[in-house]
Design a binder for this molecule. Sequence first.
Ligand SMILES: Cc1cc2nc3c(=O)[nH]c(=O)nc-3n(C[C@H](O)[C@H](O)[C@H](O)COP(=O)(O)O)c2cc1C
Length: 166
Amino acid sequence: MSPPDEQEFRRTVGLMPSGVTVVAAFGPEGPAGATASAVCSLSLRPMMMLVCLDRDSRTLGAVQQAERFSINVLCEDQRREAELFASKVGQEEKWGAVTWHGEPEVPLIEGCPATVVCERVDMIPAGDHVIVTGEVLEVDYDSGGAEPLVYHGGLFRTLDPAPGDG
Ligand SMILES: Cc1cc2nc3c(=O)[nH]c(=O)nc-3n(C[C@H](O)[C@H](O)[C@H](O)COP(=O)(O)O)c2cc1C
């Protein structure tokens, strides 16, 4: 069996559709955040979440320093935010372009269909990423029906109803 090259690996895992979030924490210079899709729920008792952050992510540094981090789930109207937080512009520019609150504990982006606040538990090195686990302190959600933003095949997408679903 020959291992895939990086492009094949990227293409393959890119076919797994994922939700899109912004993971955020307060660093020494203020809020820091990165678009992240490697995010999932981990445990119910206790309630825990898991986030994977690139070693080069500036947000990882903030998550390392802060006790708390937030997971801000993006909806289809927040594609601009997804692109902005995936970029390497300064954190001031990122946070200046969105409405947020939560000072001094944890930055939370307004208008998200769901947010989760976690207390950091473990940071586990894994390849070129770090697996961050956190115990859930608080959740907030709006069941008002905002459609999620989805990432698939290297593109941001929205969900279409399945054929026959109204
Ligand atoms: C759809 C999408 C999903 C991403 N998921 C992750 C992820 O799960 N973990 C990660 O570290 N970077 C992820 N990235 C890349 C980061 O958003 C990107 O490296 C960003 O510039 C990091 O910002 P920072 O250096 O300010 O933390 C993703 C990018 C996109 C477009």
